[in-house]
Design a protein around this ligand. Structure first.
Ligand SMILES: [Zn+2]
Length: 378
């Protein structure tokens, strides 16, 4: 539980913010809203607002710690139980989070903290999702892709393309399955895989789906050189061998012959390459953001209860720096007692590591630590 003094202080700051902010929501009259406190982020749901004015009046008056809204559209968003809402369809939403990636820096700072390196990694997953899957494979127009910083460790990608709205959970699971290459059967692409003495035939760049994607990805990495191969998880002697025989390997793959050079443990090798091209999204059931058609997700323009950062549209993603641009509470400083925190960067400044010490910190940094449950007001 968040200690009561930190909760009061943060609520006061959230309240100041909501009194001066104005949040807008597309098709607000058909969206369900959920609100919560610092410990239970969706304590109340089934709420609806006729327009942005009533929503903003509510936010200013109640200063909720957590604000979520539905990816679904309903005829009666306030109806309960769920069956009475009159489901009209749901946006397609993806939740990409640094804590779902396996990153070397996490050994240093743990999964609940982020550094610039993990934020860059999760951004690369977002770009991969958009450029390697949504646009080429699903023909989604760029204008229908909305990337929002989640306010904590990642991004929520909302697709406002009506073709997806009627899809049910099963179909949405198939989309996540495809982009994450979940349960992929390599034998489909490499029929002779694992058969001794047989030439390894495989996908051609012109093949549809994952086969063509793998062939094109390997060819393009070979053409760009060792650093790109390393992105696909290929390094050391194998990378050098592939580069050395590049022309021949590329020609081979173009014709569907993947046996131009001898690679040990081929099956695992090409499976790993393929996996590295997939999007790193969690497949755990409790985080069913993509498949759950009744899921509530953080409302952009509101404050994240675990960080005090703004959940915010990242309009130019390549330049977006969440730990600077999503900063609120820029005025003043606050004295806090920090229990334990690793080194972290916020607002262009690096703080910590701290252990059992009192510090005067900029308000945003103090709130960040309080909401991460590692500091209290001094
Ligand atoms: Zn990191």
């Amino acid at each position: 539980m968040l200690d009561p003094r930190s909760a009061r202080f943060a609520t006061l700051k959230f309240s100041e913010f909501y009194k001066s902010a104005y949040v807008t929501v597309d098709r607000i009259e058909s969206k369900e809203f959920g609100f919560g406190d610092f410990d239970n982020t969706i304590a109340r749901r089934h709420m609806g607002f006729r327009n942005a004015k009533t929503l903003n009046a509510y936010l200013a008056a109640a200063a909720p710690s957590s604000v979520s809204f539905s990816s679904a559209f309903y005829r009666y968003p306030e109806g309960r139980p769920m069956e009475r809402k009159g489901w009209l369809g749901s946006e397609l939403v993806f939740d990409l989070d640094a804590s779902d990636l396996r990153l070397p820096c996490q050994l240093k700072h743990g999964k609940s903290w982020v550094c610039s390196s993990c934020l860059d990694s999760v951004k690369r997953e977002v770009v991969k999702l958009i450029e390697d899957f949504l646009i080429p494979d699903f023909a989604v127009q760029e204008g229908a892709i909305h990337v929002n910083f989640s306010g904590n460790r990642g991004y929520h990608i909302h697709i406002t393309d009506e073709r997806f709205y009627p899809l049910k959970t099963k179909e949405r699971e198939q989309i996540t399955g495809y982009i994450t290459a979940r349960g992929i059967n390599m034998k489909v692409f490499f029929p002779s895989l694992g058969e001794r003495g047989k030439r390894l035939t495989g996908p051609k760049p012109t093949d549809p789906g994952w086969g063509g994607k793998l062939a094109r990805g390997v060819i393009s990495a070979l053409n760009s050189g060792e650093p790109m191969l390393a992105v696909l998880g290929v390094d050391g002697p194998v990378a050098r061998k592939l580069i050395k025989n590049k022309a021949e390997v590329i020609l081979g793959i173009t014709m569907g012959n993947w046996d131009k050079i001898n690679i040990e443990h081929k099956a695992d090798f090409w499976t790993n390459v393929l996996k590295s091209m997939a999007v790193g999204q969690t497949s755990s059931i409790d985080k069913n953001v993509t498949s759950g058609v009744e899921h509530l997700i953080r409302l952009p323009g509101t404050v994240h209860p675990g960080t005090g950062l703004l959940a915010k549209p990242a309009t130019s993603l390549d330049k977006f720096e969440p730990m600077k641009e999503a900063l609120l509470f820029r005025k003043g400083s606050v004295k806090v007692k920090v229990e334990k925190a690793p080194e972290f960067s916020i607002g262009g400044e690096t703080f910590g590591p701290f252990e059992k010490e009192a510090r005067e910190l900029p308000t945003y940094a103090a709130i960040y630590l309080m909401l991460k449950r590692v500091a209290v007001l001094a």
